[in-house]
Design a protein around this ligand. Sequence first.
Ligand code: ADP
Length: 982
Amino acid sequence: MSTPQLILKQRAELLAVLCGGGSAEPLDCVLDLLLAWEVLVWEDYLSIQVAEKALSYKVRQLLDVVYDKGEDACSLLLAALNQVLPEEQKTGLCFGEQCAVVGKNRPDTATLTLLADRPVLVRKLRDNIDGALDVLLTTGCFTIKDCDVVQLPVYTPSQQVRRLLDQVRFTGETAAKTLLQYLEQTETSRPNPEDKENHLSANCMLYQKKLRSSVAAQSHSLNTYGGTGHFSLDDIYTDGLLEVMDGSGETTTLGLEDVVGPLGTLNDDADTFLVSGEAGSGKSTLLQRLHLLWAREALLQNIFLLFPFSCRKLNAEHRELSLKELLFLHCCWPDRGQDEVFQFILDHPNLVLFTFDGLDEFKQGFTDEERHCCPTKQVPVPVLLFNLLQGTLMKGVVKVVTSRPQAVGPSLKRYLHKEVLLKGFSPGGIDCFVKKHHSDPAMARRVLESLHANSVLLSLCHIPVFCWIVTKCHQELLGSQDGIPQTITDVYLLVLQHFFQRKSYQHQGVLGKAWLEEHLNTVLKLGQLALEGLEASCYVFSGYELQRIGLTDQDVSMGFLTYCSDLSVTDCKRYEFLHITLQCFFAALYVVLNRNRYRSAIYRLFQPKYKQLAGLSQRCLEPCFDSSVEGMESRVTETPNLQITAQFVSGLLSQRHHNLLLECCPTAMRERKAKQVVKSLSKCMQRHFKSIPRPLEGEKKSMHAMPSFVWLIKCIYEMQDSSIAQDTMAKLDVEHLKLTYCNIGPVECTALAYVLKYLRNPVGLQLDNNSVGDVGAEQLLPCLHICHSLYLRNNNISDEGIRKLLEKGMKCERFQKIALFNNNLTDACTQHFAWLLKSKQNFLSLRLGNNNITSQGAEQLAEGLSYNQSLQFLGLWGNKIGDRGAEALADALKNSTTLIWLSLVDNGVGSAGACALAKIISQSKSLEELWLNKNCISREGVECLIEALKVNTSVKEIWLRGNNLSPGEEEELSKQESRLTF
Ligand code: ADP
């Protein structure tokens, strides 16, 4: 008997066994298998799993659908039933001949993998739903609403998993990848207790205990709170924004626990994990948190021994060391069984983790020229470090390295397992930090109010170190008569004033108006130490060095320097500035206030070419930005510090601080130096502009800015002199300004807008792949009038940011295009776009791909579109507008005389949506391309499109790849209409 006949004959029995127990689980399991084996396509599945229908309806529906599919499908249904039903229910049933399930090639997308592995995934995820939802939520793939839908209590855990899988599939490829990576990670990170315990001797356990307690002691409190001592890391630690970028350039948000997880892996063979971020973005603090949590067994539980290193401290190690000495001398000395402990480390690299903080502060730039793999041989520390990072030495040990991005060149990149970007605090992070810092809620509220009332200051607070200063100096801030800080120089002058003020209070005094002059002597000595330190890549100072410069205990007690906490075995006291940016600030003060030496320092600080290397005193005068100059690679690490110093120099020489500096430095000298800065900035900009290639014929004149362009803009901003900004921009003549992947956050947006608003001609401003965020978007408003196009793809912008941007955009005559692919937009922003479309009848292009817009949002947009007669490009790729949304858009756009390009790729649009869109095609004389790939359109929908195309001559192509059509149907339909692409 054929299998369809078998099914027909046993229909009543099959119905009974699948419905008998009242549980939907057997049916669900059968459906899982049939989806995995590709017997059912998604549309079949939806036609069976109709939410409000009874179980018996669903089973009947399944039997009908499969029966219609013929012999092979029926065989596979019987095979699935045979697999799912318990033995006792199988008696009396006939399953036909055993049929082999043909092994298919592994699917090439994550979404398809979810289907192919569905039965296994349901089992694996059953006990892990919360974890999976957490990851999907924190990576932004799911909203809270998505999670709630999955976790409705009426569902059994297996049903919840299936809902989760369905929702992930609907959300798209990124979500599917995230889920698969999460599963992989939970499997690989699950510690294998047997492995560990088998090899652990008492000595190793003892060593672990000692290491844990010294790491805990060292990471318990933050350096910046050292003097005041009230806060532990637990009290103040606030999660920063962490992102990884995968090979295709897509970014995902991470949690601290994912820093060494598989998400974002670039190279499986490498074991160095890089956390990169600008100065003050919180790299050291993040690492410290990681250390503390490991010491408490709250994170990295599969790591038995963790060795923390600071690169700035390794600079001071001039001896040749073996690996063993490096570990034991610099981290923790084993009291017993040294050899045994070391052997354990060598034998179990997978249980060991090293961290290296501040690779950018390591004197020597990374090279992989010298190979070294012997753990007992003594070699210079750079050789040890670089071979550890490459994996030549101790392959398999995870290494977590922090650095500023500039110090990571191509030679190191080859050895990176992945790169995690630390982007400072999110807006929520700032609030959280301020509340943690001020235990008095009323004070926290006042500080937050003053921050939120000043968006420039708020934008600065995205960088944790600035946030720390602003919060710490709240009294000076709230009671300031000199206005709210606008620049980073203002912020650092605030901290300077704060520390001197604190000292005066201790002596029952109040800081006078001429406070800088009063403390000039201390400032100059600290400045000299700072500048000489920067010159020599030295960030840790011995007591002897302090003495040489004449720094007294009283100077030290001001609090700008702090003792280095250190695990290594050294007797002498060592000091460092509270933060590297503070060292740069003192260096800048020295450059500005010193009357004797470094007269030409300013000029050379901005010099592009490093002219003569004669003696130590000139080392600081190296180029701030010319990292590509031959032979300079190893010195690149100093450049960012010199750039920050130059920024402070610009700020200090601003007219705003004239009064403060009046008594400290003769006016003539100050003015001369200010002139020098302006001249240097102008020259550097000129050089930048000259590098702009001539446009190719037919192309726009475009400038792809280098990171140093952003630095120069920031220096101009620090000067707060509009005439300088105006003069500089008068010479820039481009139609398109590209600043992609330039680490542009809110602070940079403030500076950019300050300068770009003086451009003479309208420009397209491309800021894709930065971290502009809502606050940054607001900062851009002053230059919006000069932007004809704004590209903000992948920038963490949400509805609130859009509201402010469009409010202004509506009033800007020239503003015609916006691209917001991959941000955090929801239906809440579509009303603003609707207003924009209604009120701006010259708006040309709106691209909102990869956001969270549903049918409701599409309906709102449609409302605006129906009044618009200018839009040419509309992109909604990767949203969730479904049939309803497509119908609404079609209705609004059917009379458009301008629309050229429309993309609704991957939006859950079915045949109903396609038939509605056919209305646009039959009426439009302008539409040229319609993109409908990755939807669920079936034959009926395509036939509507073909019908409409018969009366349309403008459409050139309709893309329909990845819809619900069989290869046969695709072939047949494309023969009917050559403009369809499958
Ligand atoms: P980086 O290493 O990137 O230069 P740090 O980690 O030294 O930055 O941060 C500078 C200061 O900013 C810290 O000393 C601390 O006061 C504050 N800070 C940084 N990150 C955090 C955080 N996650 N939570 C609380 N404060 C932080």
